[in-house]
Design a protein. Sequence first.
Length: 599
Amino acid sequence: MSSRRPVAVSGARRRARGLTALLVTTVVAAVVLAGCASIPTSGAVREGSGVRSDSRDLIIRALARPPSPGMTDVQIVNGFLLASADFDGDHGVARQFLTTDAATSWNPAAQTVVYDESQAVDVVARTPGQVAFSAHKLAVITVQGDYQLAARSSMTTAGFTLKKVAGQWRIATLPSILFVTQGDVDRAYRTFDVYFPDPTRSVLVPNQVLLPYGPGTSTALVRSLLAGPTDWLKPAVRSAFPAGMKLVVDSAPIRPGGVVQVDLGGAQTQAGTADLNTMSAQLAWTLRQLPDVTGQQITIDGAPIAAAGAGTIQPIQSWATYDPDAFASGARTFFVRSGRLVELRAGGASKVAVVPGVLGDGRQPLRSPALSTSSADVAGLDRAGAHLLVGHVSATDKARTVLTGTSFTAPGWDRLDEVWTVDRSASGPVVWTVPLGKDPVRVTVRDLPAGRVLAFRVASDGVRVAAVVEDTTGDGSLYLGRIERVNGHIAVAGFRPVDTRVSGTSTITDVQDVTWAAADRFAVLGTSQNGTLEPSLVSLTGLAVQTLGPVDQAKLPIVSMATAPGRQVLVGTGDGNLWTFDGLGWALVGEGSDPTYAG
């Protein structure tokens, strides 16, 4: 039996700035980001790395108008704010609104403030030549490209001092801040993954940043990589690039044939072979996001490096072993049917098979099962959700109880064969990790917002976590945190909101569950704009969202969900059925619940 309905994909929302901005459309090469074939990657609300683009993107560029004779002081500030969104010539048009000294000293790269143009934006002359600017602040983009959401109802303010130059008002003093609207971000920036190794240097972790998109993007990406991870991710990863290493000439051009030339120097320490390999992998994974790049050539102090197995000109698809989305060979898919653990196989009448052993024959029912990366071991909860169980998938003996608590979140494994869960005790959430075959370890928690934890999912890299926390009003919100491992001590910290606000509103509200769809995107179960609880694919910044729609016309409530890199989205609905999303729509698998992929 099968059933299918088309996917409901939200359309793009772009807001015109109006006033004196002149918009033209230019077709340029797209940023094609790493993704997975089975998980849909089109239909973005806004552009971002969580959504695959076509090979060509429609980029809307703001062509700024320079100042006109006779403009008032307020008009000059307004014109400057509008022109700031034009990055050509290092904001050359915007600098025409400044005095010569101010044009030289203004540093728009120091910080970028994103403000909400859909709410009141005040540009007011307090006295002649003294103009005040205020607006609702949405986010800050740091010099590293880190997109940091502002607290709701935050304001941004600035003062501008103007003076007459040859009879015309010009801005003489101003903050070294670039003020842009969210629409400007949509037009001028792109989300990129800049890669850094995990503490074991065996897998790369994407650090999502926002960078202006244009002809110098390859150089900007290399600069970002050499600058190291953002302050948020820095405690959890270590770059292979030695401190002090930099571009000899501040350029990493794409040569004819698509090879990026990266000439490095300035490091105080000599890189070893392992470092060279990891450095090469970091560069390759970062630069492969540019569609015209086919390879990279790296020199250090003028000498080309030949990393192991890649040669001096390294194909951009080299270093597959560092893949953050690498999936174990033969990884399997399980779900629960009538209290029994069953396996979902590809195609044919035999696509569902009962798992042999006590978990498959019903002698030990499991809730919320989770497979290890090898698919050999399983963790799950008892019916009451107060006991965490771990055992071999096909064991004849019952899985052993490794933790007893009040109410555990659905468990999950990381690539280090550790099971993670949260005990929602009366005194507050307690995070636990259980290394396979070892005793549980209570994890130090910092910065986790107060409230009931609905979901807690560790990325397969073992470096980042996604959490859903329900506040006192009953609304669930999504947070991204990091895992810090120092001298054998484990802590989760740095939880930051992942919001999908557009002009102060949200594309997704009341989040109920989250899983990792890929290393750089989530699958989020939340209430969409049409008021239905639906899965959506969301980038780590929240700037790219794709809503998959309800599973059928009856809008059945979704009670469980699973995703994994390269795998289809699976959901269990309140009527006891399992559904799969194949990129076109939802198809009924049959009776079942609690789907799970390895890892």
